[in-house]
Ligand binder design. Structure first.
Ligand code: GLU
Length: 486
């Protein structure tokens, strides 16, 4: 049988890290087993619906390389895009809800919110399990028709109330749930929309989904879903519940703490391959030391058996490390293109810029850059005069006087070097010889030299920086430094 997985986001906002992981795992499983990966937009919760969220979810999925399959035959949904929108299938859900009612497996419920609130309060006061008491279950046809004149009912599934269900989760293994205390779950709401419970079962059946991969938060609702598959008389798919993603302090990674939207990470300058690689390892590992995976390798090596049961810790340092790795292996010209928007955003460069100059600058930082958004701050001195505390120019116990003299002499020396010779190796040879001649220590000259150019405590070495800046800028920056200390 052909494997078919799906990603079924609710369009309630941006695609977040947890959603991306679900999509990635479902995608990898399908691709590994030469199956199909489908997309369904679960837009039945009208209160939480955010217009445009579906479009942005799809854009990010595509950008991340997780393109869904457009299965033509025997699948519901838009034939062009391959996407299934639940809001376009209301009549289908209604039909099945009515079928369940006709078979006495579900019933209309007319109870008001006030009655349900009151019921809950009483149950809580008596320390009883809370939940619907089944009042409407035994209404006769005449009563139903009468009530329907004034009230739009919901539809509830008659849940088993005794016994247990044994369920095999592809990640967690066998789990037993008791049916005791399971309330009759709502299948159709009074607004005519189905609940997730009903809609996902019908759609997964009609889309011929073989593996439902979803977040652990759905695990407690499994008894309802099993009862529903049973009531509809369909063979259920394999369910796999992914572990939670938590912060290093073990709190749940949530929107409230910010930075869970995938787009935020892309905007911060995490490379998409690095982000995918990091997400892959959030709850899965290959059982070896290997940490870097290309998309092909992910597809080849991914397996459900190696998904963890315990929560996955979102470790930003690890993400930075992986991103640094990907930055280092990006070809320079491509990396420059990726960096341009970040430099433009900080007004360090305009629409037109000197590509060769940028290449030199980016090359200097490529080794230690963790994310592209750091580049403007690390390299601002290449584009403008930066402001820094003049005392930063002092090496150890130097005085401002001494530094002024050192910089003046250094300037003279530098001015003698021709443009042709103005490169890292030549500068290094000449300036180190000059330091020796003057009977100084390297730090006495190189520290003020480097700070005069960069205005920073830490940066690449002075000869590389000077090489990239070019003679004219170096001379100007040393002159500026002298003005400050004189
Ligand atoms: N719409 C659900 C969610 O976003 C999907 C759960 C599922 O994959 O079945 O959590």
């Amino acid at each position: 049988m052909k494997i078919r997985t799906r990603f079924a986001p609710s369009p309630t906002g941006y695609l977040h890290i947890g959603g991306l992981r679900t999509a990635l795992y479902a995608f990898l499983l399908a691709k590994r087993l030469k199956g199909e990966f489908l997309l369904r937009i679960e837009d039945t919760d009208r209160e939480r619906f955010v217009p445009g969220a579906d479009v942005s979810l799809m854009r990010v999925l595509k950008e991340m390389g997780l393109e869904w399959d457009k299965v033509k035959e025997s699948v519901i949904g838009n034939q062009e895009s391959g996407v299934v929108y639940q809001s376009k299938r209301l009549d289908v859900y209604k039909k099945f809800a009515e079928k369940l009612i006709a078979e006495h497996k579900a019933y209309y419920c007319f109870c008001s919110k006030e009655r349900l609130d009151d019921l809950r309060a009483r149950q809580t006061a008596q320390k009883l399990p809370t939940g619907y008491d089944g009042l409407c279950q035994n209404l006769i046809v005449e009563e139903i028709n009468e009530k329907k004149k004034n009230i739009t009912p919901v539809v509830r599934l008659k849940m088993p109330k005794t016994g247990a269900c044994c369920f095999h989760d592809a990640i967690r293994g066998n789990i037993e749930f008791s049916y005791a205390g399971q309330e009759d779950v709502i299948l159709m709401k009074s607004d005519g929309f189905p609940t997730y419970h009903l809609a996902h079962v019908i759609d997964d059946n009609e889309m011929k989904i073989t593996h439902v991969i979803r977040g652990e938060e759905w695990l407690p609702t499994i008894p309802k879903h099993l009862a529903l598959w049973e009531a509809l008389g369909w063979e259920k798919p394999i369910y796999a519940h992914l572990p939670l993603i938590v912060n290093p302090d073990k709190t749940k990674l949530s929107k409230r703490q910010g930075h869970v939207a995938v787009e935020d990470y892309l905007n911060k300058g995490y490379l998409k391959d690095a982000l995918l690689n990091f997400i892959l390892l959030l709850g899965w590992n290959p059982g070896t030391e290997k940490e870097i995976f290309s998309m092909e390798e992910m597809i080849q090596e991914f397996s459900m058996e190696k998904i963890h049961k315990s929560p996955a810790v979102f470790n930003t340092e690890k993400l930075d490390w992986i991103n640094g790795f990907y930055i280092r292996k990006t070809p320079l010209n491509l990396l420059v293109e990726m960096c341009v928007p970040y430099l433009q955003e900080k007004d360090l460069i305009g629409e037109r810029y000197d590509k060769k100059y940028l290449e030199k600058i980016v090359l200097l930082e490529q080794e230690r850059l963790k994310k592209l958004s750091e580049l403007p701050e690390l390299t601002d001195y290449f584009f403008k005069d930066t402001v820094y505390d003049k005392n930063l120019l002092l090496w150890k116990n130097q005085t401002l006087q001494e530094v002024a003299t050192i910089l003046e002499n250094l300037l003279k020396k530098i001015e003698t070097i021709t443009d042709i010779n103005f490169n890292k190796n030549y500068l290094e040879k000449e300036i180190l010889a000059y330091v020796k001649e003057c009977n100084l220590k390297n730090g006495d000259v190189l520290w003020p030299f480097r700070v005069a150019m960069t205005g920073k405590k830490a940066s690449p070495g002075p000869f590389e920086v000077a090489d990239a800046l070019g003679k004219e800028r170096v001379v100007q920056k040393i002159k500026n430094a002298i003005l400050q200390v004189r």
